[in-house]
Design a protein around this ligand. Structure first.
Ligand code: SF4
Length: 220
């Protein structure tokens, strides 16, 4: 099944209608808080991160405080997000790098962001899009799965799926599309049991309408 330009427009309109309020689920008030929350969200739910960050940001309200955090105290605060030792090390390194290299501010430059401790290309894209409004499309597990089921990409890595999506859609759509595909993956296109029978995209989806095999039959 090939996507035509009208079908892609239809898909975007359907996503807009279905998820008009889709937005970043990580609670944050500034770029610093978003970088920290995104680092914590690795292998952890956004809901869990949101339970942890209020106390964390109270104790470490800026990169300077985070740079001087005591490891054991920081680990105790973020313990429930998993991989807490590695995350604590990265967070302290992040605070130090922001202080030393960027005057205590989060840079809005992709390369500078991706060079920060604990911040790879995916986190850099999340921060660029959500903190600075710069078009970027980070591919998480939900987007990877939904994009492949919709046959928007047949690539087998998140990076390549991201390249395919960015080629298919104008950059004005990247930020809302990112959120809408995540919401769709969470609410309808579940990894193990996609709710195709109630899916608003079913008539556009080759997997849900039985035209191709589910690329995630055994779970994403
Ligand atoms: S029809 Fe099924 S597989 Fe396709 S997007 Fe909807 S829930 Fe996912």
């Amino acid at each position: 099944m090939r996507w035509t330009a009208p079908a892609l427009r239809n898909l975007l309109a359907r996503l807009d209608e279905t998820y008009p309020d889709a937005r970043c689920a990580l609670e944050h008030e500034d770029p610093y808080q978003l970088v920290v929350a995104t680092i914590l969200s690795a292998q952890c739910t956004d809901a869990r991160v949101n339970l942890v960050t209020p106390a964390l940001f109270k104790k470490y309200p800026n990169p300077a405080k985070l740079a001087r955090a005591k490891t054991d105290e920081l680990e105790a605060l973020i313990h429930s997000t998993g991989f807490f030792r590695n995350k604590a090390k990265n967070l302290i390194g992040l605070g130090q790098a922001l202080e030393e290299r960027h005057g205590g501010k989060v840079p809005s430059d992709r390369e500078a962001l991706a060079a920060l401790p604990g911040v790879g290309p995916k986190t850099a894209n999340v921060v660029l899009a959500n903190a600075f409004g710069i078009p970027a499309l980070a591919v998480d597990t939900h987007i990877y799965r939904v994009a492949r089921r919709l046959n928007l990409s047949t690539a087998n890595t998140p990076e390549k799926v991201g390249i395919d999506l960015c080629q298919r859609f104008p950059e004005d759509y990247w930020i809302p599309l990112h959120h809408q595909l995540i919401w769709h993956g969470r609410q309808v296109c579940d990894a193990r049991k996609p709710k195709c029978e109630v899916c608003p995209l079913r008539d556009l989806c080759p997997t849900g309408s039985g035209k191709i095999e589910d690329p995630h039959r055994s779970g994403a």
